[in-house]
Design a binder for this molecule. Structure first.
Ligand SMILES: [Zn+2]
Length: 445
């Protein structure tokens, strides 16, 4: 991907105020008891985003203390507010909003009653933004066999270190915990973001944000967020890319409950500097009839791919090259009394190049009857790493790391800007408003 200069602060502010996002979310949370006397709720949401743009509330207060700057901000905000059905304009004589007042509103936004509504509303309207810029739409692009990158979502978790260390008595972040991730042990809050993006510069939309509540169960939080996004976007999404946090049970849930193809690597059984080894899972026997004679093949999965197998002279199992993926099919699993399917079943067609006559073997990637645990969905991939299409989708994962580093750049000395996980999730959501508004603005141009 081409490196580019990030949009200027002024462009980001323009986008934030012009985009419907702050107005639509404010309209959802305002009836739930949130009132603000002098400044509309949408402006408070924008203020939270502006804090991320200026690095801290104090810096933003200092900026807005200039009468000219404040008047410009009010003018920009109002220009956007009158364009949207849900927009609430601000009194042109309103005094500058100060971070003290914002913190008061923030307490409501992050309260037990309101926060879930706020985050659901963020997801609802961010999916709309994504679809308005041509992402995760039911538009006929891609197929089950070749999911389109624009209809693929991806995510990752990142541990944000707390504002104060363990030693700072009295101001300790009681929500922070020690997390062990692939990048080592870190003390803090593990935040998760789900996103989608187009190939154009700056065309990224963050769809859901959350926090890992059970240490070591990041994947469960990721699945919860993906479920939320899917509840809005449905089959606009064809595939999900996630890192190593997913195991068989998560693959099984996303495939069978949501009908999504999961793209990620397989956990190695052993690894050292030189090589990784993978478990070998026997799938069973697939037969075909050639000129009246039965011929059977024992198929085995390793590192996500299906292989044909033979025994050598000493009785050792020898695997063929990975079999070429031919097609992925998905079936609605009937059974409910209503129209809705009771989940989904996938089947993977691979070409078995038998010297007598090649044929297609259809293989279930799901947990098998009588199987203990989720060994098959853990080890078999509908689009394995060896497949030529794998990288087209898996490459999106790099953007998750850009999201993490982009967000952390807005934090002073790489530490959370607020105490407690609720405020930190709000901070991440607020920053996401800037990202999503910029994507929306770029698509207007
Ligand atoms: Zn054969």
């Amino acid at each position: 991907m081409v490196r580019h200069r990030p949009p200027t602060r002024s462009h980001q502010l323009d986008a934030l105020f012009a985009c419907p996002l702050i107005h639509d979310i404010a309209a959802d949370v305002s009836p739930v008891g949130l009132r603000s006397r002098r400044h509309p709720v949408a402006f408070h949401l924008a203020f939270g985003a502006m804090v991320r743009l200026f690095g801290s509330g104090n810096r933003l207060d200092a900026e807005l203390a200039h009468a000219e700057t404040w008047n410009q901000v009010v003018e920009r905000y109002n220009r956007g507010a009158v364009l949207h059905l849900t927009g609430v304009p601000m009194n042109a004589n309103a005094p500058p909003l100060l971070s003290d007042t914002y913190r008061h509103v923030r307490r409501h936004l992050t309260s037990e009653d309101l926060m879930e509504t706020l985050l659901d509303s963020f997801t609802l309207h961010s999916v709309a933004i994504a679809q308005s810029v041509g992402l995760i739409r039911l538009d006929g692009r891609g197929s089950r066999t070749y999911p389109h990158p624009s209809r693929t979502i991806y995510g990752d978790g990142t541990v944000v270190r707390p504002l104060y260390g363990k030693a700072d008595h009295g101001r300790q972040d009681l929500d922070a915990e020690e997390h062990t991730r692939h990048d080592g042990k870190i003390y803090g809050n593990d935040l998760v973001a789900i996103a989608t993006r187009g190939p154009e510069v700056g065309r990224r939309v963050i769809l859901a944000v959350g926090r890992v509540h059970d240490r070591g169960h990041e994947a469960a939080e990721a699945v919860r967020l993906i479920r939320k996004v899917h509840a809005v976007a449905g089959d606009g999404i064809q595939a999900v890319v996630y890192d190593g946090a997913f195991r068989g049970v998560h693959h099984e849930t996303l495939m069978s409950e949501l009908g999504l193809i999961v793209v990620n690597k397989v956990h190695a059984a052993t690894r050292d500097e030189k090589k990784r080894t993978y478990r070998q899972i026997p799938l069973g026997s697939w037969g075909h009839t050639v000129r009246g004679r039965d011929c059977a093949h024992t198929l085995v999965v390793t590192n996500g791919s299906v292989h044909d197998s033979t025994m050598d002279d000493s009785g050792r199992l020898v695997l063929s090259d990975p079999l070429v993926r031919k097609q992925i099919r998905r079936y609605a699993r009937g059974g409910g009394s209503d129209d809705r399917a009771a989940g989904w079943r996938f089947t993977l067609g691979v070409t078995v190049p038998c010297p007598k006559e090649s044929f297609t073997a259809w293989i279930s990637p799901h947990r098998q009857l009588g199987e203990r645990g989720n060994g098959r969905p853990d080890q078999l991939r509908l689009i394995p790493e060896a497949d030529s299409y794998f990288q087209t989708l898996y490459g999106l994962r790099n953007d998750s790391e850009s999201i993490n580093s982009g967000y952390k750049r807005t934090l002073l000395v790489d530490r959370a800007a607020a105490l407690g996980w609720r405020r930190q999730v709000l901070d991440l959501m607020s920053w996401s408003l800037l990202i999503n508004a910029s994507a929306w603005r770029a698509a207007q141009a």
